[in-house]
Design a protein around this ligand. Structure first.
Ligand code: NZQ
Ligand code: ZN
Length: 388
């Protein structure tokens, strides 16, 4: 097991009607905020009105910035930074999913930075003070509600890049599973694929002696599978929604990382896909992850057989571990199919025309991606071809 530091200071307020506490919670930090949200789902669902009431009840002054798109854009981030500077705002409330939260984090990182915020996604580490943020989560998926990371797309060149800093973890996150009833089936499933992928990225490690975190990963994956299939039958099953919401947070809050080094090549490859084609991140992962697994499984066939056995209850064939490993990959694809996700590029009408461009962009700012197996442009191209 590797040495590690673990600290996650995000306060979680979980459960029914928890959003009505938002004003009181913010009052502990400030009297004035930027209220940041997306394309309007929060207005349709009535959440916006509840938030405004709670803010007014607590006498919190707010300036609004809406319009965050999935795969959030740096241009809106720049707008948010200007609003915060012009209005002396040092606290952001993100109401929405990973895109809104990441846009808020980028604003939080940019307010006290003298250069252009995009630098922080390319070559400038964050070593200045970020302003604080909090969230009301409306889609369990990215795990950004407790993570230190942030992913933004630059429309200029269609680069999707990430940055991170411990102070970008929200000070609190409100998580009411009932707020997720209004999600379209596809978005629910994309979120499930994303949180599942966050665990897989950690699970496929070269670190020996990580039994506890292996088991935590496997248990969380099993809980996700069971409850995702329950939501297939009844999308308004509160307890299944709650399990999925909790899983999405556990998958990415850093606790499953303890003592191990994750891979993250599939995420980096997917970011090229959603950067260029603007598809949902979770859908991209349902396509890329199985292809990556087919490309790398021989690197540690025992770990892949363990995954098949412990997560999908596939009997281990000791005479043919490769067969067991491949059955595990197939079971993962079948799970994604069962929740109506694409598992091939052709399912989302993507052909081979930009595969080389994406493979080259992947390593435009780095030597390689991935830790379990190092991936450069040549290997990425093979993985993308396997995904066709
Ligand atoms: O914009 P609105 O109108 O709110 O609609 C959103 C959006 O269209 C809709 N939605 C959200 N909650 C809803 C709802 N519709 C109805 N009812 C609700 N309760 O869902 C759509 C998708 O929202 P989005 O925020 O884009 O989804 P998600 O949470 O999956 O976030 C994806 C982004 O997170 C990044 C991804 O790359 C992607 O850009 N990630 C961030 C990470 C992090 N910061 O730690 C890690 C992840 O690996 C990921 O890369
Ligand atoms: Zn992800």
């Amino acid at each position: 097991m590797r040495n590690f530091n673990f600290k996650n200071g995000t306060e979680i307020i979980f459960g029914k009607d928890s959003e009505s506490q938002v004003g009181t919670l913010i009052k502990k930090y400030t009297n004035k905020i930027l209220l940041h949200y997306g394309g309007g789902s929060i207005k349709k669902t009535g959440l916006y009105d509840k938030v405004i009431k709670s803010l007014k009840d607590s006498n919190i002054e707010f300036v609004e910035l809406s319009g965050v798109k999935p795969n959030p854009r740096v241009s809106l981030v720049r707008e948010g930074i200007k609003i915060c500077r012009d209005n002396n705002i040092d606290f952001i409330l993100a109401v929405g999913g990973g895109s809104v939260i990441d846009s808020s984090k980028a604003i939080a990182a940019g307010v006290n930075y003298n250069g252009d915020v995009w630098d922080l996604f390319i070559d400038t580490p964050i070593n200045h003070k970020c302003i604080q943020l909090a969230t009301i989560l409306t889609i369990p998926a990215a795990g950004s509600e407790t993570s230190s990371g942030c992913v933004i797309t630059n429309e200029d060149g269609l680069y999707k890049r990430s940055t991170g800093h411990p102070t970008l973890r929200p000070v609190f996150s409100i998580m009411n599973p009932e707020l997720t009833y209004t999600l379209p089936k596809y978005q629910t499933s994309c979120g499930i694929a994303d949180m599942f992928a966050h665990i897989l990225e950690r699970y496929f490690t070269n670190e020996p002696n990580v039994d506890l975190t292996d088991r935590l990963c496997e248990g969380t994956m099993k809980a996700i599978i069971d409850n995702a299939l329950r939501l297939n039958i009844n999308p308004n099953d509160y307890n299944a929604r709650a399990e999925i919401m909790l899983s999405g947070m556990v998958a990415h809050n850093g606790s499953l990382d303890m003592g191990r080094l994750g891979d993250w090549a599939s995420h980096d490859i997917e970011h090229e896909l959603s950067g260029v084609y603007d598809i949902a991140h979770g859908a991209g992962l349902a396509i890329i992850f199985p292809a990556w697994m087919k490309f790398v499984y021989k690197h540690d066939i025992n770990r892949f057989a363990q995954f098949a056995n412990r997560v999908f209850d596939i009997d281990i064939n000791l005479n043919n571990l490769e067969e067991t490993a491949l059955k595990g990959i197939k079971a993962l694809e079948d799970f994604f199919t069962a929740i109506e996700l694409p598992t091939r590029l052709s399912h989302v009408d993507i052909d081979d025309s930009n595969l080389e461009e994406m493979s080259n962009k992947l390593v435009a700012h780095t030597d390689h991606v991935g830790n379990f197996v190092q991936i450069r442009a040549k290997e990425a191209l093979e993985i993308l071809k396997l995904a066709l």
